[in-house]
Design a binder for this molecule. Structure first.
Ligand code: HEM
Length: 439
């Protein structure tokens, strides 16, 4: 048999380069998003990076299964005769280790997200996995319904395995590339040419015999891979531009220009513009609702574990003040497994399609010894104007603010399915923010 006849099949070549490109894309993406989450960046961009990572990762799993099946049915080209026994053995071990990693890495990631546990906040985090937003991928082994202890342990083990396998993948890929280059540049054999279409093997100068079907699969398949790579790159750039780190929570209080009416004036703040940083340990955004069925009604409450707020507030310049609050809808926690499992789903917050809810102020005014902020509340892409009274006190270097509003969840398309009759339509949203002066 000639060197050319021994090349990998067109299907094997297309799958090889598709999986290789996807893994090369996934490694930096994974490290980047893990780092951002570790730094507390809960922006929409980071959320979308997680969704993209999960979708591409599950695609790699599916392609790797196809590749493995194809490999078992279509033996690869023979290794060159000059290779010593140890090198053949090393090549075999490396290739089978690749298959183990191509399956183990995505499986450990899938197991990790199935646990529904945030290793960053050490708290439940129920985010559905939707494959490129098209359909929901089930959680493995019903883990999301297990106890908090089991989910925490499963998440820790799965994430550690995921990270270790990722490093193993990097090591193996470096070894693999080095070996391929050694074959091509030093041994000058046809090993690299087996996998690179158009690359002539050593001593090959005649054109390859025409095989129209092979050329069609190679051309079509590799073009698809190239288009997918460009689309992923484009997506990644867009995601990165949406992933500006969450602005620290600040309340900027400008030099007073005119004294306020005494009842509207919090403790005076001396000095110039002052920034305040939110103290997440004692700050919270909570929600309360009533569950009612034939056996009676029960009050429930929950909180959003991840949110950020950018506040510019000056009691002497209410017209110039503004607040933007961004809440990660998938971070809603009630502590009741059945509710936590349902909340991120399409009927309730639809966290995959609408990862964040926002409040943007339009006007501040002094009211009843406190304040009121009017603004646009957007949940599931529905925007309503709300007026929210709040209290603010500033003592030395510490500011504390509290407020409450009631919303009709149907205004935002929340819970219009099976839970509509069981859960109260009015939902109370309360917040408390403690902030420290930043000098
Ligand atoms: C071959 C496919 C995959 C590769 C190469 C890959 C690679 C990585 C890497 C390098 C990291 C960062 C690890 C660290 O910081 O130490 C990571 C994190 C992560 N991966 Fe994957 N991954 C793959 C598949 C998947 C799949 C299929 C899922 C889920 C369905 C997944 C979910 C995750 C999650 C959620 C994290 C971040 C954990 C966190 O920081 O909260 N991965 N991945």
């Amino acid at each position: 048999m000639s060197e050319r006849a021994q090349r990998f099949t067109a299907v094997a070549i297309v799958l090889h380069w598709a999986i290789a490109a996807a893994i090369l894309f996934m490694l930096p993406l994974g490290f980047w998003m893990h780092g951002e989450a570790e730094d507390g960046n809960t922006s929409q961009g980071v959320f979308q990076a997680y969704q993209l990572h999960k979708s591409v990762g599950l695609t790699i799993l599916a392609l790797s299964l196809v590749r493995l099946g194809w490999r078992l049915l279509n033996p690869p080209p023979a290794l060159p005769p000059h290779m010593p026994g140890w090198e053949r053995f090393a090549a075999k071990v490396t290739h089978w280790l690749f298959y183990a990693l191509m399956l183990g890495l995505p499986l450990s990631g899938w197991l990790f997200v199935s646990a529904g546990w945030s290793i960053h906040d050490d708290a439940p985090l129920a985010v559905p996995t939707r494959w490129f937003g098209l359909f929901e991928v089930p959680h493995l082994f019903g883990l999301d319904r297990a106890s908090a202890d089991v989910r925490e342990d499963a998440a820790d083990i799965a994430f550690n395995a995921h990270a270790i396998l990722a490093f193993a993948m990097i090591g193996l890929a470096l070894l693999h590339v080095a070996a391929a280059l050694k074959h091509h540049l030093f041994d000058r054999d046809a090993v690299l040419a087996h996998m690179v279409p158009g690359l002539p093997g050593p001593g090959e100068s005649e054109p390859a015999p025409k095989q129209p079907l092979r050329l069609a699969v190679l051309g079509g398949g590799l073009t698809l891979v190239a288009v997918a790579v460009i689309a992923l790159g484009f997506n990644a750039v867009q995601i990165a531009s949406r992933a500006a780190p969450a602005a620290p929570y600040t309340i900027e209080i400008a030099e007073p220009e005119a004294p306020l009416a005494p009842e509207a004036t919090p403790d005076p703040v001396p000095g110039g513009v002052t920034a305040w940083r939110v103290d997440q340990r004692s700050s919270a955004i909570t929600f309360a609702y009533v569950y009612e069925d034939e056996s009676g009604s029960t009050d429930f409450s929950g909180r959003f574990a991840r949110w950020r707020a950018d506040i510019r507030f000056d009691p002497n310049d209410l017209d110039g003040s503004s607040v933007v609050v961004t809440i990660e809808t998938g971070s809603a926690i009630t502590g009741i497994a059945a509710h936590d499992g349902a909340l991120p789903g399409p009927e309730w917050f639809d966290a995959a399609a609408h990862p964040v809810a926002t409040f943007r102020s339009t006007r501040f005014r002094a009211r009843d010894g406190g304040y009121e902020v009017d603004g646009d509340l957007t949940i599931k892409s529905e925007t309503r104007n709300v007026d929210m009274p709040f209290r603010l006190t500033i003592e030395g270097d510490r500011a504390a603010a509290t407020g409450t509003i009631e919303i009709d969840r149907r205004d935002f398309g929340i819970g219009e399915g099976s839970g509509d009759d069981l859960i109260s339509r009015d939902i109370e949203i309360s917040w408390r923010v403690d902030a420290d002066r930043v000098r």
